[in-house]
Design a protein around this ligand. Structure first.
Ligand code: FE2
Ligand code: FE2
Length: 140
């Protein structure tokens, strides 16, 4: 497996962590299908997953952040990154609509999602987990 969810990425809220595990699982599935030369068939499936993920997951996280009084600056930075990823996704989807499921697009999706895992989940999401533990809002 190319990328793996590990407990040090845990935010401490099961609903969020389960959704994170799912995006790792999906990316791995996608990488494997690309390696097998079946990536083009998987592109549409991956884009549909990402669309749902953006709608459901960002709402879940922002809901908890507001419920647990995450400080305003961190909350607004975090939301900004969610908006940025939504824009990245929209650009990828547009490429799909205009050019179809090209291998080049498959590589682009893989890179963008991988970058998201490393730079958002492992940093910004994790920061929220640290806040929750520090403030005693979660034991995990
Ligand atoms: Fe997240
Ligand atoms: Fe997030």
């Amino acid at each position: 497996m190319a990328v793996q969810w590990t407990t040090n990425l845990a935010v401490g809220i099961d609903k969020i962590d389960d959704q994170h595990k799912e995006i790792f699982r999906r990316l791995n599935e996608f990488i494997v299908s690309m390696e097998r030369g079946e990536g083009r068939e998987y592109i549409n499936k991956m884009l549909t997953f990402l669309q749902d993920y953006i709608n459901a997951h960002f709402g879940t996280e922002e809901g908890f952040m507001s419920e647990y009084n995450y400080d305003e600056k961190s909350f607004s930075n975090h939301k900004q990154e969610h908006v940025k990823f939504s824009q990245t996704f929209t650009a990828l989807k547009k490429r799909f609509e205009e050019q179809g499921a090209t291998l080049f697009l498959g590589i682009g999706i893989q890179q963008q999602v991988n970058d998201w895992l490393l730079n958002h989940i492992a940093k910004e999401d994790k920061k929220f987990g640290i806040y929750l533990r520090k403030s005693g809002k979660t034991q995990k």
